[in-house]
Design a protein around this ligand. Structure first.
Ligand code: PLP
Length: 441
């Protein structure tokens, strides 16, 4: 079946295939996700993208549930963001003036309203927001290590490339590239949903911060069990460790991410991707207490070349895009619409799975739905990693793409944006059911 769908992709997309082969000597096999990570032998080349739809250079249209792996959760090129960027760049000018704009005040106040942290700074990516937050955590606590969950992903952040090995101890994530040192010197690791493992690690007293997603989203969706988020907060407080919540993907839970939806109380919070409405932007927030501790430190160079911040961070274009996204696109009303559609998407997937008696589970986090090839929803990253099946996943992704539907290439994940419609969701439900019938036949 996979070979049949690969052949169909070649037949449907000759221009994409040729473009890929032409550029292969420039980009192929170097670490470039957009070029290499795809179901089938080549990616479909992008021609246009608007709202929930993209077209490829072969002239096919797709309903896009990948949405830039959440970077386009606001939809592709939403009109208010396009207008704000146009105005800033062509009318006002000064995208990279290294001067603040008044938009920043609006964005800071809105981030405070949504995520309940009083102090903010900007970055261009979630990776950088995490790197800088980690540096601040070390500076404030004087401790060397960062603790993450096994099979997390927080960007290309050195400290996060650690997993729980088969012997139960922390070990370098298999295949990690160019580690600067033995990762156990900088990091500790615990399984998601395992408070006793977390406590055992924190008790060493050398962890500056726990960096975590409220729900794992990069190894399938792994939701927290009741009491886990509160347990993490209690343990981090008890052992003097900061809690750094990465909301980059879990922003799908609602206008204030899981932090607002579940009343979390992080010391620091990072966010990127969707917050710029498609324009590179990120932010990190600090609690009032943490900000005071930092600002009281005359020995730290927080504004020049001390290791946090970047020339383009908080540039006027990014900030204008964040304002337009938060003010006009990813609003409370938009999230209500997206969550409703995600529920409909989930129901469609469940119906297909049930009709065929498949041992698959489905998880949803607000506007984002995902299925996994395991009867029970995984409760840890390691469990979820064991429930993947690359061939089956490739078949489903190719089957859907050949019929005008894109999922994110890393998982069986589908995200809704404000422009997604019921018809889009139902189109997926139908094609998904056909794919399962094909598998069963
Ligand atoms: N944090 C989380 C939870 C992510 O999933 C990702 C990327 O997938 C990042 C951070 C890094 O984002 P970026 O690659 O845009 O820097």
């Amino acid at each position: 079946l996979l070979a049949r769908e690969s052949g169909e992709a070649e037949r449907r997309n000759p221009r994409s295939k040729a473009a890929y082969e032409r550029a292969d000597h420039l980009f192929g096999r170097v670490p470039m996700t957009w070029m290499n990570k795809t179901a089938g032998a080549f990616p479909r080349y992008l021609a246009t993208a608007r709202g929930a739809r993209v077209t490829d250079i072969d002239g096919h249209e797709y309903v896009d549930f990948c949405l830039g792996d959440t970077g386009a959760m606001a939809g592709h090129s939403p009109a208010p963001v396009a207008e704000a960027v146009r105005r800033r760049f062509t009318e006002s000018g000064g995208a990279t003036a290294m001067l603040p704009t008044e938009d920043a005040e609006w964005v800071g106040a809105e981030l405070t309203r949504r995520f309940r942290l009083p102090r903010w700074s900007f970055s261009l990516t979630a990776t950088d927001a995490n790197r800088w937050a980690i540096r601040l955590a070390r500076a404030v606590t004087g401790r060397p290590k960062i603790l993450v969950n096994s099979y997390c992903y927080h960007g290309s952040v050195d400290e996060s490339l650690i997993v729980v090995g088969p012997d139960g101890r922390g070990t370098a994530r298999p295949g990690n590239v160019g580690a600067p040192c033995d990762v156990t010197l900088t990091s500790r690791v615990a399984e998601f949903n395992d408070l006793s493992q977390l406590e055992e690690q924190l008790a060493h007293g050398d962890v500056a911060a726990v960096l975590m997603e409220p729900a794992l989203t990069n190894i399938g969706i792994v939701l927290p069990e009741p009491g886990y988020p509160a347990g993490v907060r209690e343990l981090t407080r008890r052992y003097g460790t900061l809690l750094l919540i990465d909301e980059t993907h879990t922003f799908s839970a609602g206008p204030g991410g899981c932090t607002a939806a579940w009343a979390l109380e992080p010391d620091m919070l990072t966010i990127g991707k969707a917050i710029g409405g498609g324009v590179p932007a990120g932010a990190y927030g600090l609690s009032g207490e943490l900000a005071e501790r930092l600002l009281g430190r005359d020995d730290l160079d927080l504004v020049d070349m001390g290791g946090v911040g970047g020339t383009l961070a908080g540039n006027a274009l990014s900030v204008a895009a964040m304002r337009a996204t938060l003010e006009h696109v990813l609003t409370d009303e938009a999230f209500a619409h997206m969550v409703k559609l995600s529920e409909r998407f989930e129901a469609g997937v469940r119906a297909g799975i049930t009709a065929h008696g498949l041992p698959w589970s489905v998880s949803r986090l607000g506007a984002r739905t995902e299925y996994r090839f395991a009867r029970r929803a995984p409760r840890t990253g390691t469990e979820s990693a064991a429930a993947s099946d690359a061939e089956l996943e490739d078949f489903l992704h190719l089957y859907l793409a050949n019929r005008g539907i894109l999922l994110t290439p890393f998982h069986n994940m589908a995200l809704m944006c404000p422009d997604t419609t019921e018809q889009d969701v139902d189109a997926h439900t139908g094609v998904f059911a056909d794919a399962l019938s094909d598998l069963a036949g």
